[in-house]
Ligand binder design. Structure first.
Ligand SMILES: [Zn+2]
Length: 346
């Protein structure tokens, strides 16, 4: 997913210079076509350096992975780790490569981002390449139409109580392959999902928040006793006989139609966000405890296959874990937007 995206993003750069993108700019009106320039070297700049050059300051950002900077006159720009998007005073702009988290709470960005911002704020003098080269970024649709990042939704899950179950843990590593343990991935994704769901207004219960092993019955009991509306069990797959199998799937109890819809929404969101293979929502034929003993709409999501080296290594990165968590949140938002809370009889 990431590799293919990078290829798509870098190809025009390597082949012909920065891609020219002409769209309506909600703030400035249409911008003209810019001749392509040859710049085979993708350059970067640290956010800390950018702030210093501009004479702006770093300010507190809403959301764990966001970084905001502000000018003395109150203009604010926010970047997100692992995303190729920024907001300038709430307008969205896309740039050429993902922002990469760096030690010291810093961020590495394409230099073109700095050039764009410098020119926009009348500081062309700060731009290294003066003659001919021009980087215009891709303005996205106005905020009213654009799908906002999940952390900005605020109330999308208000009124919903969700139990998040990070599969395995402690003495039970779950699947292990390619140097990756299932229990670590499920915990990392679940903790991120917890933050996102809480930011979206949900009440969240976690079956575990560290490397411990609550047994399956106690996980179900927690969700039942807290009268959760939804239960999501996060797992990763292993294909015992083939390292070629990849993709995401989610299991549901066949007696619960809402669980099938939740599972479908979660898989759809993951496929859409990450581009992994779609193995669909599937009937549980194994009588999985967390799907039979929970009294609410429940889904067991398999994010991907650790037995496939590429998928295992991706799932082991903070970036993909964050993306998975966001996708699960998206799936939850999609599901809850259409559903009433229902007590499920199984
Ligand atoms: Zn598992």
């Amino acid at each position: 997913m990431r590799a293919s995206f990078l290829l798509i993003a870098l190809f025009p750069l390597l082949a012909m210079g920065c891609a020219d993108i002409v769209k309506n700019n909600p703030e400035m009106g249409a911008i003209g076509t810019v001749p392509a320039q040859t710049d085979p070297e993708p350059r970067t700049i640290l956010l800390s350096e950018m702030v210093k050059k501009l004479g702006w300051e770093k300010v507190d950002a809403f959301g764990t992975y966001n970084h905001s900077i502000q000018s003395s006159s109150g203009d604010r720009i926010t970047f997100t780790e692992g995303e190729d998007m920024m907001t300038i005073n709430n307008f969205y702009w896309r740039f050429e490569r993902d922002a990469v988290a760096k030690p010291g709470n810093d961020l590495m960005l394409p230099e073109s981002v700095f050039e764009f911002i410098a020119k926009r704020y009348g500081r062309s003098d700060l731009v290294r390449r003066k003659s001919g080269s021009k980087y215009d970024l891709d303005p996205l649709t106005p905020p009213a139409e654009v799908k906002k990042p999940p952390q900005a939704t605020g109330t999308a899950l208000k009124g919903w109580t969700i139990c998040i179950d990070a599969g395995h843990g402690g003495k039970d590593p779950g699947g292990e392959a390619n140097g990756v343990s299932e229990k670590d991935i499920t915990l990392a994704v679940s903790l991120r999902l917890q933050k996102l769901c809480e930011a979206a207004g949900a009440r969240v219960y976690m079956t575990r928040t560290d490397d411990s092993y609550p047994d399956l019955d106690s996980r179900c009991e927690l969700a039942n006793s807290k009268k959760c509306d939804l239960f999501i069990s996060v797992h990763c797959n292993i294909a015992p006989n083939s390292d070629d199998v990849t993709g995401c799937e989610a299991f549901y109890n066949e007696e619960s139609e809402s669980s099938r819809r939740l599972s479908a929404a979660l898989v759809n969101a993951i496929v859409k966000t990450t581009g992994v293979a779609d193995r669909g929502a599937r009937k549980d034929t194994r009588g999985l405890r967390v799907l039979t003993k929970t009294a609410m709409t429940a889904s067991l999501v398999e994010l991907g296959f650790l037995s496939n080296r590429g998928e295992a290594l991706k799932l082991n990165t903070k970036e993909v874990q964050e993306k998975m968590a966001r996708a699960l949140l998206d799936g939850l938002v999609q599901y809850t937007a259409r559903e009433r809370k229902a007590v499920v009889s199984k």
